[in-house]
Design a protein. Sequence first.
Length: 249
Amino acid sequence: MGELDGKVAVITGAGSGMGRAAAEVFVREGAKVLAADRSGAQEETAAALGDAASPFQVDVSDEAQVEAMFGAAVDAFGKVDAVLNVAGIAGASPLADLTVEDFDRFIGVNLTGVMLGTKHGIRTMLPTGGGVILNWSSTGGMNGSRLPTAAYSASKAGVISLTKAAAIEYGGQGIRANTICPGFVETAMSGGKGASERFPALVGAIPLGRGGQPEEVGELASFLASDRATYITGSLIAIDGGSTCMLPS
């Protein structure tokens, strides 16, 4: 018996990194998964997971595509119980040099994309009694950074407030909504497996002394989507090895 037996999840960004790791954990725990991504890599994820997964190509900033994604999930598996809005982009630019086009790109994927996944997830889950929304922010959305990541941080901070609003508005209708805020996790976006060894100064500021692994974030998501977490909503959960809990030395 898995902690997600009988549940159906829509996971964006499922072609790689934390999205793929979450899809793997969810299937291991008994869920069916619509593995969605823009890159095409969702096909590989779904193939690796067998009959428990179905691929879907989506640009999360396009509402028509997001709406179609939820329709595909219902067609494939009959319902949706959990939505994991993982897809996002990262990058850096000094604020004084930031263009409106670049700012809009971050907002479009990281915030508007999450809003659309949340909106259509809620619409899909309400008729069946509710469900769980898990939105990916970042420790960069909780605090500023010495790196020039104003656009990224602004988009991720917006995710936190958006998710709290969803929790408040729809809690009485059976929707739980929480924000996951990863710190330094070894994904392709951060340099891949073994990235901790290439960034000793960064890792030195993490109390646990290492970067996180995508599957560790997937395990957290599985718990939050399960019936073991039924009184957790509107929460902001950092998964960062303790990096946000201490003052700089």
